[in-house]
Design a protein around this ligand. Structure first.
Ligand code: SAH
Ligand code: SF4
Ligand code: F3S
Length: 474
Protein backbone atom coordinates (compact mmCIF):
# COMPACT_ATOMS: atom_id res chain seq x y z
CA UNK A 1 0.00 0.00 0.00
CA UNK A 2 1.24 3.49 -0.77
CA UNK A 3 -0.01 6.62 0.99
CA UNK A 4 2.13 9.65 0.12
CA UNK A 5 2.65 12.86 2.10
CA UNK A 6 1.56 16.13 0.51
CA UNK A 7 3.05 19.50 1.36
CA UNK A 8 -0.02 21.25 0.02
CA UNK A 9 -2.26 19.40 2.42
CA UNK A 10 0.14 19.93 5.32
CA UNK A 11 -0.09 23.68 4.65
CA UNK A 12 -3.86 23.72 4.48
CA UNK A 13 -4.29 23.44 8.21
CA UNK A 14 -3.27 27.06 8.58
CA UNK A 15 -6.79 27.96 7.49
CA UNK A 16 -8.74 25.14 9.07
CA UNK A 17 -9.41 24.02 12.59
CA UNK A 18 -8.36 20.44 13.16
CA UNK A 19 -10.12 18.21 15.65
CA UNK A 20 -7.69 16.13 17.65
CA UNK A 21 -8.77 13.16 19.69
CA UNK A 22 -6.91 11.22 22.32
CA UNK A 23 -6.87 7.50 21.63
CA UNK A 24 -5.28 4.55 23.36
CA UNK A 25 -2.69 2.29 21.80
CA UNK A 26 -3.63 -1.35 22.22
CA UNK A 27 -1.10 -4.04 21.53
CA UNK A 28 -2.13 -6.53 18.82
CA UNK A 29 -1.25 -9.70 20.69
CA UNK A 30 -1.58 -11.81 17.53
CA UNK A 31 1.68 -10.17 16.36
CA UNK A 32 3.66 -10.88 19.52
CA UNK A 33 5.80 -13.54 17.84
CA UNK A 34 6.25 -11.77 14.49
CA UNK A 35 9.88 -10.88 15.18
CA UNK A 36 10.88 -14.03 17.01
CA UNK A 37 14.52 -14.83 16.30
CA UNK A 38 14.94 -11.51 14.44
CA UNK A 39 16.94 -8.42 15.37
CA UNK A 40 16.53 -4.71 14.71
CA UNK A 41 18.88 -1.75 14.41
CA UNK A 42 17.71 1.87 14.68
CA UNK A 43 19.74 4.90 13.74
CA UNK A 44 18.29 8.12 15.11
CA UNK A 45 18.98 11.62 13.78
CA UNK A 46 17.61 14.96 14.99
CA UNK A 47 16.18 16.32 18.17
CA UNK A 48 14.93 14.88 21.48
CA UNK A 49 11.53 14.37 19.91
CA UNK A 50 13.03 11.87 17.50
CA UNK A 51 15.09 10.24 20.26
CA UNK A 52 11.94 9.67 22.25
CA UNK A 53 10.07 8.40 19.18
CA UNK A 54 12.86 5.85 18.75
CA UNK A 55 12.36 4.77 22.37
CA UNK A 56 8.71 4.13 21.50
CA UNK A 57 9.57 2.31 18.29
CA UNK A 58 12.02 0.04 20.13
CA UNK A 59 9.35 -0.93 22.64
CA UNK A 60 6.82 -1.64 19.85
CA UNK A 61 9.37 -3.90 18.15
CA UNK A 62 10.19 -5.72 21.38
CA UNK A 63 6.49 -6.34 21.97
CA UNK A 64 6.71 -8.31 18.72
CA UNK A 65 9.77 -10.24 20.02
CA UNK A 66 12.36 -8.44 17.88
CA UNK A 67 15.65 -7.96 19.73
CA UNK A 68 17.86 -4.90 19.53
CA UNK A 69 21.35 -5.09 18.02
CA UNK A 70 23.89 -2.29 17.82
CA UNK A 71 25.59 -4.03 14.91
CA UNK A 72 23.78 -3.05 11.73
CA UNK A 73 25.42 -5.88 9.79
CA UNK A 74 23.56 -8.36 11.96
CA UNK A 75 20.13 -6.79 11.81
CA UNK A 76 17.04 -8.21 10.09
CA UNK A 77 15.24 -4.87 10.28
CA UNK A 78 17.13 -1.60 9.77
CA UNK A 79 15.28 1.63 10.48
CA UNK A 80 16.50 5.19 9.98
CA UNK A 81 14.61 7.71 12.11
CA UNK A 82 15.35 10.87 10.18
CA UNK A 83 15.54 14.64 10.69
CA UNK A 84 14.68 17.25 8.08
CA UNK A 85 15.73 20.42 9.85
CA UNK A 86 18.75 21.23 7.64
CA UNK A 87 20.22 20.06 4.35
CA UNK A 88 23.13 18.26 6.01
CA UNK A 89 20.78 16.16 8.15
CA UNK A 90 19.20 15.15 4.85
CA UNK A 91 22.49 14.34 3.19
CA UNK A 92 23.64 12.22 6.10
CA UNK A 93 20.56 10.03 5.74
CA UNK A 94 20.98 9.55 1.99
CA UNK A 95 24.67 8.77 2.63
CA UNK A 96 23.75 6.14 5.19
CA UNK A 97 21.17 4.65 2.84
CA UNK A 98 24.06 3.64 0.58
CA UNK A 99 25.38 1.37 3.34
CA UNK A 100 21.94 -0.12 3.88
CA UNK A 101 21.71 -0.85 0.15
CA UNK A 102 24.97 -2.84 0.26
CA UNK A 103 23.56 -4.88 3.08
CA UNK A 104 20.33 -5.55 1.22
CA UNK A 105 22.31 -6.74 -1.78
CA UNK A 106 24.15 -9.24 0.37
CA UNK A 107 21.07 -10.19 2.34
CA UNK A 108 17.78 -9.63 0.51
CA UNK A 109 15.69 -10.76 3.48
CA UNK A 110 16.74 -7.62 5.41
CA UNK A 111 13.85 -5.16 5.82
CA UNK A 112 14.87 -1.51 5.32
CA UNK A 113 12.75 1.31 6.68
CA UNK A 114 12.68 5.09 6.92
CA UNK A 115 10.62 7.11 9.38
CA UNK A 116 10.75 10.47 11.12
CA UNK A 117 10.61 13.99 9.73
CA UNK A 118 12.14 13.33 6.30
CA UNK A 119 9.47 10.73 5.69
CA UNK A 120 6.93 13.56 6.02
CA UNK A 121 8.48 15.38 3.06
CA UNK A 122 6.82 14.81 -0.28
CA UNK A 123 10.07 15.32 -2.24
CA UNK A 124 11.92 12.80 -0.11
CA UNK A 125 9.31 10.09 -0.47
CA UNK A 126 9.22 10.69 -4.24
CA UNK A 127 13.00 10.36 -4.38
CA UNK A 128 12.84 7.13 -2.38
CA UNK A 129 10.21 5.72 -4.72
CA UNK A 130 12.29 6.55 -7.78
CA UNK A 131 15.90 6.04 -6.70
CA UNK A 132 15.74 3.85 -3.61
CA UNK A 133 13.21 1.32 -4.75
CA UNK A 134 14.64 -1.28 -2.39
CA UNK A 135 13.41 0.60 0.71
CA UNK A 136 10.57 -1.57 2.06
CA UNK A 137 8.80 0.63 4.54
CA UNK A 138 8.27 4.37 5.00
CA UNK A 139 6.13 5.81 7.77
CA UNK A 140 5.77 9.31 9.15
CA UNK A 141 5.72 10.97 12.55
CA UNK A 142 1.95 10.65 12.95
CA UNK A 143 1.53 6.90 12.68
CA UNK A 144 4.35 5.31 14.66
CA UNK A 145 1.78 3.10 16.39
CA UNK A 146 0.98 1.50 13.00
CA UNK A 147 4.47 0.02 12.75
CA UNK A 148 3.39 -3.46 13.93
CA UNK A 149 0.67 -3.57 11.26
CA UNK A 150 3.03 -2.33 8.53
CA UNK A 151 5.71 -4.85 9.46
CA UNK A 152 3.18 -7.62 9.50
CA UNK A 153 2.07 -6.73 5.97
CA UNK A 154 5.66 -6.65 4.73
CA UNK A 155 6.60 -9.92 6.31
CA UNK A 156 3.47 -11.79 5.22
CA UNK A 157 2.75 -10.14 1.87
CA UNK A 158 6.17 -8.88 0.88
CA UNK A 159 4.94 -5.68 -0.66
CA UNK A 160 6.24 -2.18 -0.10
CA UNK A 161 4.51 -0.21 2.67
CA UNK A 162 4.42 3.56 2.49
CA UNK A 163 2.09 5.18 4.97
CA UNK A 164 2.64 8.86 5.63
CA UNK A 165 -0.18 11.14 6.77
CA UNK A 166 0.02 14.75 5.70
CA UNK A 167 -2.32 15.86 8.41
CA UNK A 168 -1.46 15.46 12.06
CA UNK A 169 -2.76 12.35 13.67
CA UNK A 170 -4.65 12.04 16.90
CA UNK A 171 -2.79 11.85 20.19
CA UNK A 172 -2.08 8.22 20.93
CA UNK A 173 -1.60 7.42 24.61
CA UNK A 174 -0.07 4.31 26.10
CA UNK A 175 2.55 3.63 23.44
CA UNK A 176 5.23 1.76 25.40
CA UNK A 177 8.81 3.09 25.60
CA UNK A 178 12.16 1.38 25.95
CA UNK A 179 13.99 4.28 27.54
CA UNK A 180 17.72 4.81 27.03
CA UNK A 181 18.26 5.91 30.62
CA UNK A 182 17.07 4.47 33.90
CA UNK A 183 17.32 7.81 35.67
CA UNK A 184 16.11 10.51 33.32
CA UNK A 185 13.20 10.37 30.94
CA UNK A 186 11.70 12.37 28.11
CA UNK A 187 8.02 13.12 28.55
CA UNK A 188 6.14 14.58 25.58
CA UNK A 189 3.74 17.26 26.67
CA UNK A 190 2.76 18.42 23.21
CA UNK A 191 3.26 17.51 19.59
CA UNK A 192 3.68 19.69 16.52
CA UNK A 193 4.18 23.43 16.21
CA UNK A 194 1.96 26.31 15.10
CA UNK A 195 4.59 29.05 14.99
CA UNK A 196 5.57 28.72 11.33
CA UNK A 197 8.91 30.53 11.60
CA UNK A 198 9.66 31.25 7.95
CA UNK A 199 12.79 29.05 7.75
CA UNK A 200 11.47 26.03 9.58
CA UNK A 201 10.14 22.71 8.28
CA UNK A 202 8.88 21.40 11.64
CA UNK A 203 5.27 22.71 11.42
CA UNK A 204 4.95 20.69 8.19
CA UNK A 205 6.68 17.52 9.40
CA UNK A 206 5.16 17.41 12.87
CA UNK A 207 1.78 18.99 12.22
CA UNK A 208 -0.45 21.20 14.27
CA UNK A 209 0.22 21.83 17.94
CA UNK A 210 -1.56 19.20 20.02
CA UNK A 211 -1.15 19.25 23.80
CA UNK A 212 -1.45 16.05 25.78
CA UNK A 213 -4.02 16.01 28.56
CA UNK A 214 -2.58 16.93 31.93
CA UNK A 215 -3.95 13.71 33.47
CA UNK A 216 -1.97 11.60 30.98
CA UNK A 217 1.23 13.58 31.53
CA UNK A 218 0.97 13.43 35.33
CA UNK A 219 0.18 9.71 35.21
CA UNK A 220 3.34 9.13 33.18
CA UNK A 221 5.49 11.20 35.54
CA UNK A 222 4.11 9.40 38.61
CA UNK A 223 4.79 6.04 36.96
CA UNK A 224 8.36 7.14 36.21
CA UNK A 225 8.87 8.09 39.86
CA UNK A 226 7.70 4.61 40.86
CA UNK A 227 10.22 3.11 38.46
CA UNK A 228 13.02 5.08 40.13
CA UNK A 229 13.44 7.94 37.65
CA UNK A 230 15.01 11.10 39.09
CA UNK A 231 14.57 13.52 36.24
CA UNK A 232 11.99 14.29 33.58
CA UNK A 233 12.36 16.61 30.62
CA UNK A 234 9.03 17.90 29.38
CA UNK A 235 9.26 17.87 25.62
CA UNK A 236 7.75 19.90 22.83
CA UNK A 237 8.82 22.20 19.99
CA UNK A 238 7.33 25.06 21.84
CA UNK A 239 6.53 23.94 25.37
CA UNK A 240 5.55 27.34 26.71
CA UNK A 241 2.53 27.26 24.41
CA UNK A 242 1.32 24.13 26.18
CA UNK A 243 -2.46 24.12 26.55
CA UNK A 244 -3.11 26.99 24.15
CA UNK A 245 -4.89 24.54 21.87
CA UNK A 246 -7.27 23.38 24.61
CA UNK A 247 -9.41 26.45 25.11
CA UNK A 248 -9.23 25.82 28.82
CA UNK A 249 -7.49 27.74 31.48
CA UNK A 250 -4.70 25.24 32.04
CA UNK A 251 -1.38 26.48 30.72
CA UNK A 252 2.34 25.68 30.99
CA UNK A 253 2.65 27.33 34.39
CA UNK A 254 -0.13 25.10 35.75
CA UNK A 255 1.42 21.98 34.28
CA UNK A 256 4.87 22.89 35.60
CA UNK A 257 3.43 23.38 39.06
CA UNK A 258 1.54 20.06 38.97
CA UNK A 259 4.62 18.20 37.77
CA UNK A 260 6.69 19.88 40.51
CA UNK A 261 4.11 18.72 43.08
CA UNK A 262 4.60 15.07 42.05
CA UNK A 263 7.87 15.38 43.97
CA UNK A 264 10.17 14.15 41.16
CA UNK A 265 13.71 15.34 41.93
CA UNK A 266 14.42 17.22 38.73
CA UNK A 267 12.26 18.83 36.05
CA UNK A 268 13.49 20.36 32.83
CA UNK A 269 11.58 21.53 29.78
CA UNK A 270 12.57 22.17 26.16
CA UNK A 271 12.18 24.11 23.94
CA UNK A 272 11.03 27.50 25.11
CA UNK A 273 9.92 29.98 22.50
CA UNK A 274 10.43 33.47 23.99
CA UNK A 275 7.00 34.55 22.75
CA UNK A 276 5.04 32.37 25.18
CA UNK A 277 7.24 32.67 28.28
CA UNK A 278 4.94 34.18 30.91
CA UNK A 279 5.64 35.84 34.26
CA UNK A 280 3.51 33.12 35.85
CA UNK A 281 5.94 30.51 34.52
CA UNK A 282 8.88 32.39 36.03
CA UNK A 283 7.02 32.57 39.30
CA UNK A 284 6.47 28.79 39.35
CA UNK A 285 10.11 28.05 38.46
CA UNK A 286 11.14 30.32 41.33
CA UNK A 287 8.80 28.62 43.76
CA UNK A 288 9.79 24.97 43.24
CA UNK A 289 13.29 23.73 43.94
CA UNK A 290 12.79 20.70 41.70
CA UNK A 291 12.37 22.83 38.57
CA UNK A 292 15.94 23.21 37.34
CA UNK A 293 17.54 26.63 36.83
CA UNK A 294 18.22 26.00 33.17
CA UNK A 295 16.41 27.51 30.21
CA UNK A 296 17.06 26.89 26.53
CA UNK A 297 15.79 30.09 24.95
CA UNK A 298 16.51 30.27 21.20
CA UNK A 299 17.08 33.82 19.99
CA UNK A 300 17.96 32.98 16.32
CA UNK A 301 19.18 36.50 15.54
CA UNK A 302 20.05 39.75 17.31
CA UNK A 303 18.64 41.90 14.53
CA UNK A 304 15.05 43.07 14.58
CA UNK A 305 14.84 43.17 10.79
CA UNK A 306 16.05 39.57 10.52
CA UNK A 307 13.78 38.45 13.37
CA UNK A 308 10.92 39.98 11.44
CA UNK A 309 11.85 38.15 8.23
CA UNK A 310 12.12 34.96 10.28
CA UNK A 311 8.61 35.47 11.64
CA UNK A 312 9.80 35.03 15.22
CA UNK A 313 7.21 37.46 16.66
CA UNK A 314 9.54 39.17 19.16
CA UNK A 315 12.10 41.96 18.98
CA UNK A 316 15.57 41.83 20.44
CA UNK A 317 14.42 44.28 23.11
CA UNK A 318 11.60 41.93 24.12
CA UNK A 319 14.05 39.03 24.19
CA UNK A 320 16.42 41.00 26.41
CA UNK A 321 13.63 42.00 28.79
CA UNK A 322 12.74 38.32 29.22
CA UNK A 323 16.38 37.31 29.48
CA UNK A 324 17.06 39.75 32.34
CA UNK A 325 13.82 38.84 34.08
CA UNK A 326 14.92 35.19 34.10
CA UNK A 327 18.41 36.05 35.31
CA UNK A 328 17.05 38.27 38.06
CA UNK A 329 14.33 35.96 39.36
CA UNK A 330 15.94 32.54 39.00
CA UNK A 331 19.17 32.51 40.96
CA UNK A 332 22.12 30.88 39.20
CA UNK A 333 20.03 30.29 36.08
CA UNK A 334 21.93 29.10 33.03
CA UNK A 335 20.55 30.19 29.69
CA UNK A 336 21.47 28.64 26.35
CA UNK A 337 20.29 29.53 22.88
CA UNK A 338 20.10 28.71 19.16
CA UNK A 339 21.35 31.10 16.49
CA UNK A 340 21.07 31.05 12.70
CA UNK A 341 23.57 33.00 10.58
CA UNK A 342 23.25 33.75 6.90
CA UNK A 343 19.48 34.08 6.81
CA UNK A 344 18.55 35.26 3.27
CA UNK A 345 20.13 38.63 2.59
CA UNK A 346 21.42 39.04 6.14
CA UNK A 347 23.63 42.13 5.95
CA UNK A 348 26.96 42.56 7.72
CA UNK A 349 25.27 45.06 10.08
CA UNK A 350 22.49 42.60 10.88
CA UNK A 351 25.07 39.91 11.59
CA UNK A 352 27.00 42.33 13.84
CA UNK A 353 23.83 42.83 15.86
CA UNK A 354 23.80 39.09 16.50
CA UNK A 355 27.41 39.29 17.73
CA UNK A 356 26.41 42.21 19.93
CA UNK A 357 23.57 40.34 21.58
CA UNK A 358 25.85 37.36 22.23
CA UNK A 359 28.28 39.76 23.92
CA UNK A 360 25.45 41.19 25.96
CA UNK A 361 23.82 37.91 27.04
CA UNK A 362 27.00 35.86 27.42
CA UNK A 363 25.10 32.63 26.91
CA UNK A 364 26.16 29.52 28.78
CA UNK A 365 26.26 27.89 25.39
CA UNK A 366 24.65 28.11 21.97
CA UNK A 367 23.86 25.88 19.05
CA UNK A 368 24.78 27.80 15.92
CA UNK A 369 23.71 27.04 12.37
CA UNK A 370 24.03 28.36 8.85
CA UNK A 371 20.60 28.97 7.34
CA UNK A 372 19.53 26.00 5.27
CA UNK A 373 16.86 26.25 2.59
CA UNK A 374 13.95 23.93 3.31
CA UNK A 375 11.65 23.22 0.40
CA UNK A 376 8.13 24.51 0.96
CA UNK A 377 9.01 27.09 3.64
CA UNK A 378 8.61 30.84 2.93
CA UNK A 379 12.32 31.57 3.50
CA UNK A 380 13.27 29.11 0.76
CA UNK A 381 11.69 31.51 -1.72
CA UNK A 382 13.45 34.63 -0.36
CA UNK A 383 16.20 36.18 -2.44
CA UNK A 384 19.65 35.59 -1.04
CA UNK A 385 22.77 37.32 -2.27
CA UNK A 386 25.12 36.19 0.52
CA UNK A 387 27.70 33.64 -0.57
CA UNK A 388 28.22 30.40 1.31
CA UNK A 389 31.86 31.40 1.98
CA UNK A 390 30.66 34.54 3.71
CA UNK A 391 28.11 32.55 5.72
CA UNK A 392 30.85 30.16 6.81
CA UNK A 393 33.02 33.06 7.88
CA UNK A 394 30.18 34.50 9.94
CA UNK A 395 29.55 31.14 11.57
CA UNK A 396 33.19 30.87 12.58
CA UNK A 397 33.28 34.38 13.97
CA UNK A 398 30.12 33.69 15.94
CA UNK A 399 31.41 30.34 17.20
CA UNK A 400 34.57 31.94 18.55
CA UNK A 401 32.50 34.32 20.58
CA UNK A 402 30.08 31.63 21.74
CA UNK A 403 32.96 29.39 22.83
CA UNK A 404 34.60 32.25 24.70
CA UNK A 405 31.48 32.88 26.78
CA UNK A 406 30.82 29.17 27.27
CA UNK A 407 34.27 28.78 28.81
CA UNK A 408 33.81 31.96 30.85
CA UNK A 409 30.49 30.64 32.19
CA UNK A 410 32.13 27.35 33.12
CA UNK A 411 35.01 29.09 34.87
CA UNK A 412 32.58 30.44 37.44
CA UNK A 413 32.13 26.83 38.59
CA UNK A 414 35.77 26.21 39.52
CA UNK A 415 36.06 24.94 43.14
CA UNK A 416 32.31 25.24 43.64
CA UNK A 417 30.26 22.35 45.00
CA UNK A 418 27.30 21.53 42.77
CA UNK A 419 24.54 18.88 42.63
CA UNK A 420 25.00 16.30 39.86
CA UNK A 421 22.75 13.43 38.80
CA UNK A 422 25.25 10.67 38.05
CA UNK A 423 24.09 8.85 34.93
CA UNK A 424 26.79 6.25 34.37
CA UNK A 425 30.33 5.89 33.07
CA UNK A 426 31.90 8.50 30.82
CA UNK A 427 32.07 7.46 27.14
CA UNK A 428 35.58 8.86 26.79
CA UNK A 429 37.11 7.53 30.00
CA UNK A 430 35.53 4.41 31.46
CA UNK A 431 37.22 5.11 34.82
CA UNK A 432 35.15 8.23 35.21
CA UNK A 433 31.51 8.84 35.91
CA UNK A 434 29.40 11.35 34.07
CA UNK A 435 26.40 13.48 34.90
CA UNK A 436 24.78 16.89 34.65
CA UNK A 437 24.51 19.73 37.15
CA UNK A 438 21.16 21.33 37.91
CA UNK A 439 22.21 24.01 35.40
CA UNK A 440 22.83 21.38 32.68
CA UNK A 441 26.62 21.41 32.73
CA UNK A 442 28.23 18.14 31.76
CA UNK A 443 30.64 16.92 34.45
CA UNK A 444 33.22 14.12 34.24
CA UNK A 445 33.71 12.83 37.73
CA UNK A 446 36.07 10.80 39.85
CA UNK A 447 34.09 8.80 42.36
CA UNK A 448 32.57 5.56 43.45
CA UNK A 449 30.25 3.92 40.87
CA UNK A 450 27.73 3.28 43.63
CA UNK A 451 26.74 6.92 43.07
CA UNK A 452 25.23 6.06 39.67
CA UNK A 453 21.55 6.96 39.66
CA UNK A 454 21.88 9.42 42.56
CA UNK A 455 22.09 13.17 42.87
CA UNK A 456 25.37 13.84 44.71
CA UNK A 457 27.51 16.82 45.62
CA UNK A 458 30.47 17.29 43.32
CA UNK A 459 33.39 19.68 43.70
CA UNK A 460 34.51 21.14 40.38
CA UNK A 461 38.24 20.69 39.96
CA UNK A 462 38.80 21.81 36.37
CA UNK A 463 36.85 23.55 33.60
CA UNK A 464 36.84 23.17 29.82
CA UNK A 465 34.74 24.92 27.16
CA UNK A 466 32.05 22.24 26.95
CA UNK A 467 32.45 20.31 30.19
CA UNK A 468 33.63 20.37 33.79
CA UNK A 469 35.77 17.92 35.79
CA UNK A 470 34.95 17.13 39.39
CA UNK A 471 35.10 14.81 42.34
CA UNK A 472 32.31 13.53 44.53
CA UNK A 473 32.32 15.07 47.99
CA UNK A 474 29.24 13.44 49.46
N1 SAH B 1 11.23 24.76 18.39
C1 SAH B 1 12.51 25.27 18.63
C2 SAH B 1 13.52 24.93 17.57
C3 SAH B 1 13.55 23.59 16.96
S1 SAH B 1 14.65 23.38 15.64
C4 SAH B 1 12.41 26.80 18.72
O1 SAH B 1 11.66 27.41 18.05
O2 SAH B 1 13.14 27.36 19.47
C5 SAH B 1 16.21 23.67 16.43
C6 SAH B 1 16.99 24.79 15.83
O3 SAH B 1 17.36 24.51 14.51
C7 SAH B 1 16.25 26.10 15.72
O4 SAH B 1 16.20 26.79 16.93
C8 SAH B 1 17.03 26.83 14.68
O5 SAH B 1 18.08 27.57 15.25
C9 SAH B 1 17.60 25.72 13.82
N2 SAH B 1 16.94 25.67 12.51
C10 SAH B 1 15.65 25.38 12.24
N3 SAH B 1 15.42 25.47 10.90
C11 SAH B 1 16.60 25.82 10.33
C12 SAH B 1 17.02 26.07 8.99
N4 SAH B 1 16.16 26.01 7.97
N5 SAH B 1 18.31 26.40 8.77
C13 SAH B 1 19.18 26.48 9.81
N6 SAH B 1 18.85 26.26 11.07
C14 SAH B 1 17.57 25.94 11.35
FE1 SF4 C 1 10.37 25.71 13.98
FE2 SF4 C 1 9.71 28.09 14.89
FE3 SF4 C 1 8.20 25.95 15.49
FE4 SF4 C 1 10.63 26.21 16.54
S1 SF4 C 1 8.87 27.58 16.89
S2 SF4 C 1 9.76 24.39 15.64
S3 SF4 C 1 11.79 27.18 14.90
S4 SF4 C 1 8.47 26.87 13.48
FE1 F3S D 1 14.60 17.26 13.04
FE2 F3S D 1 12.08 16.67 13.10
FE3 F3S D 1 13.33 17.21 15.32
S1 F3S D 1 13.07 17.94 11.60
S2 F3S D 1 14.91 18.64 14.68
S3 F3S D 1 13.74 15.51 14.03
S4 F3S D 1 11.22 17.70 14.85
Amino acid sequence: MIQMPSLKEARLRKQKDVMVQTKQYIQDKSLSQLGKGKTYFIKTYGCQMNEHDSENIKALLEEMSFQETTDMEKADFILLNTCAIRENAHNKVFGFLGRVKNMKEKNPHVIAGICGCMAQEEVVVEEILQKYKWVDIVFGTHNIHHLPKLLHQIITQQEKEIEVYSKEGDIIENIPAKRDSKYKAWVNIMYGCDKFCTYCIVPYTRGKQRSRKKEDILKEVKQLIKEGYKEVTLLGQNVNAYGKDFNQNYKMENLLEDVALTGIDRIRFVTSHPWDFTDEMIHVIQKYQNIMPYIHLPIQSGSNTVLKRMGRRYTKEQYLTLFYKLKKNIPNCSITTDIIVGFPNETEEEFKETLDIVKECQFDSAFTFIFSKREGTPAARMEDSISIEEKNRRLQELNQLVNYYAKAANEKYLHKIVPVLIEGYSDKDKNKLVGYTDTMKLVNIKGDPSAIGNIVKVEITDVKTWSLDGKIVS
